[in-house]
Design a protein around this ligand. Structure first.
Ligand code: PMP
Length: 356
């Protein structure tokens, strides 16, 4: 059975909206577009025209970048939109559920709530540095579990899930659930992507984003990598013309070999800063624990987070607190910034700044 058959019946049978035909070089009088660009076009090209219904060149570039076949990619407005599409396509309101492993990225639950799908929790193992509890996840699955979200590296705990765990989940839930591995921070982990497993597990989906390692959060671009039947289902519900012309142009430029090299250099700088920040924070008397991080942030437990926050607030420095997560009491997620920004944080915490 193909995993696409797990999608809601009305989505499997959906007749997608028929957009106006786009043929290069033809006179376009079929889409009610303006014939002239706006006064403020600012060199952005033909903004009076709708973008491509699906950006073919971008799909080809993303496929090459992530090492999958072209039919296995769908570009979305950030990977957030991919989470939304998956839940809407696969979960019947009031009937189906998704399994998540908190503490983890909050949007899985939000989109499940919006769709009216239940969220079932199989918490990470706090006593084992927030490792994924594979047996716990499988235990929580029911006949109506359609999606299992695995975030690797996990936000906000920073750990990577071993590939053997993903294989085990995919095998155990074959024909029943999709395993959605959210690799938003994969580039920082230096661990191989589970994309390599897509060929052997038809119920595996990988989410990538250009918002982190490729520095493009403002462009809103992510990618779903999945077997073709699953991509076709998601493609059927993604809005036509979803990616704006300037966004597609900008992402294509970022994926050029020179710009990818520049992104790799930035990543290396972030990884060096991550080590420097970790070493410096460990000397801070306020710090109780820092979890091993395979991402661009550190999860730090403080003796008294509210006093730390007050001090940082005075200096206009923002960090992320998790007031509603019992497992993260007194913990904050600190993004690795530029050296100067990190110095400000360390100075505000009264920590000696070591330049490297
Ligand atoms: N997944 C994870 C784990 C994230 O942390 C984030 C953003 N913080 C996203 C997905 C969404 O990112 P975007 O929509 O920018 O691709």
């Amino acid at each position: 059975m193909t995993a696409a058959l797990l999608a809601r019946a009305e989505i499997r049978n959906l007749r997608p909206y028929e957009t106006a035909t786009q043929v290069l070089g033809n006179v376009r009088l079929n889409a009610n577009e303006a014939p002239w660009p706006p006064g403020n076009d600012g060199g952005n090209g033909e903004l009076n025209r709708y973008p491509e219904i699906r950006p073919i060149r971008l799909h080809l570039q993303l496929a090459a970048h992530y090492g999958v076949a072209a039919g296995m990619v769908l570009a979305t407005r950030g990977s957030s939109e991919a989470i939304d599409l998956l839940i809407r396509a696969f979960c019947r309101a009031g009937a189906d559920n998704v399994v998540i492993s908190p503490p983890t990225f909050g949007m899985y639950r939000v989109y499940a709530d919006i769709q009216g799908a239940q969220t079932v929790e199989a918490p990470l193992l706090a006593e084992r540095d927030f490792a994924l509890d594979v047996a716990g996840v499988l235990d929580k699955c029911t006949a109506t579990t359609k999606l299992i979200f695995v975030c690797s590296p996990n936000n906000p705990t920073g750990g990577v899930v071993p590939q053997s765990f993903i294989r085990e989940l995919a095998e155990a839930r074959k024909n029943r659930s999709l395993i959605v591995v959210d690799e938003a921070y994969a580039e920082f982990s230096e661990a191989p992507s589970v994309t390599a497993l897509l060929g052997s597990h038809e119920n595996l989906v990988v989410l990538r984003t250009l918002s982190k390692a490729l520095s493009l959060a403002g462009a809103r671009c992510g990618a779903v990598l999945a077997p073709e039947p699953v991509i076709r289902i998601l493609d059927g519900i993604l809005a036509p013309y979803a990616l704006a012309t300037p966004v597609v142009d900008c992402v294509l430029r970022t994926l050029s070999p020179e710009n990818l090299q520049a992104s790799r250099d930035i990543m290396q700088r972030i990884l060096r800063e991550r080590t420097r920040m970790r070493d410096a924070l460990l000397l801070c008397p306020e710090v109780v624990k820092i979890w091993p991080s395979r991402s661009n942030f550190l999860l730090v437990k403080f003796r008294n987070l509210s006093s730390v926050s007050a001090r940082l607030c005075d200096k206009h420095i923002l960090i992320r607190e998790f007031a509603h997560e019992a497992a993260l009491r007194n913990c904050a997620r600190i993004t690795v910034g530029k050296p100067g920004e990190n110095d400000l944080l360390l100075a505000a915490l009264g920590t000696v700044v070591e330049q490297y």
